[in-house]
Design a binder for this molecule. Sequence first.
Ligand code: T3D
Length: 263
Amino acid sequence: MSYQSILCDQNEGVLKITLNRPDKLNALTDTMLQELRDAFATAAGDKAVRCVLLTGAGKGFCPGQDLGNVQEMSRGGKPHYGEHIRTNYNPLILAMTRLPKPVIAAINGVAAGAGMSLAMACDVRIASDKASFLQAFINIGLVPDSGSTWFLPRLIGRQRALDLMLSGRKLSAAEALDWGLVNQVVAAEQLMDEAMKLAARYAGAPTFAIGHLKRNLDFSHVRSLEETLELEAKAQEDCGGSADHEEGIQACVKKRTAMYKGE
Ligand code: T3D
C-alpha cells in the first residue's frame, strides 16, 4: 500500500499506519482521510492483518482537521461541515470501531479535535509522556465531532468530558492516565517499542473472539441486558466453532503456548 499522507508497514500480523504530515503535526486533509479509510478497509479484508497500530510522524499525533483546508472550504460562503464530516470522518470512525481486530493508538504527541477523536476510536491507547489531549473544537467555536461526544463520556465520565469540552484545555499524558483516557504512559523514547510489543501480543491473540467481543461491548451500551445476554450466547456459539477455540483447548490441555490464526 503506497499513499501520499500516511505510511503503511505490514509485518508479522501488525499493520502500522503512520499519519505523515509532521510539519503540520499530521493535521487531517481530505486526502489523508481518504487514505485512512482505504487502509482500514484493506485491514478489514486482509486475513494477514491481525492488529492495527496507529501513530503520528514527528512530534504530533494529530491536531484534527487541517485548518488551512477549512479556509479553502469556506471560500465564497459558509463551509458545509455537516456534509464534509458525513463523507470524510464518520465512515472512518465507524470503520475503526467496527474493525473486528484490535486497534492500538500509539500517541506520540498532541491529539486535538478530530485527532483526539481518532485516538479514542482505537481500542487501546498507549501514550508518550510528551502526549497531550485537547477538545480543541470549542476554541474555534465548534462542537466536538467524529465521535468525541460518544467516546469521551464513556471513557472518563460526563463531568470530566464536559470539563475538557467546555474549556478546550490541554490534558497532560499523566492526567489522561489518571482519568482512564489512556491505558498506559511510557517515556517518549520507548513508545514505539512498547506499542509494537503490545501489537505483537494482540496479533498472536484469538482474533476471531476479539471481533465478537468488540461488537458485543458496543452493543451493550445501547441495548438491554436481555438483548446483550442473547448476543453473548450467539457469539459464544460462533466462537465455540472457531479454529482458535479448538487451538486454545488443545494448548491448554497439552500445556503449550497456543498458536492462534484468527479463524
Ligand atoms: O468538516 C470539518 O472539517 C469540520 C471538522 C472539524 C474537526 C476538527 O478537528 S476541529 C479542530 C481543529 N483543530 C484545532 O483547532 C487545533 C489547532 N491547533 C492547535 O490548537 C495547536 O496547534 C496545538 C495545541 C494542536 C499544538 O500547539 P503547539 O504549540 O504544540 O504547535 P503549533 O506551533 O501550534 O503547531 C505546529 C505547526 O502545526 C504550525 O505550523 P507552522 O506555523 O509551524 O507552519 C501550526 O500551524 C500547525 N498546525 C497545528 N494544528 C493545525 C496545524 N495546521 C493545520 N491545521 C491544524 N489543525
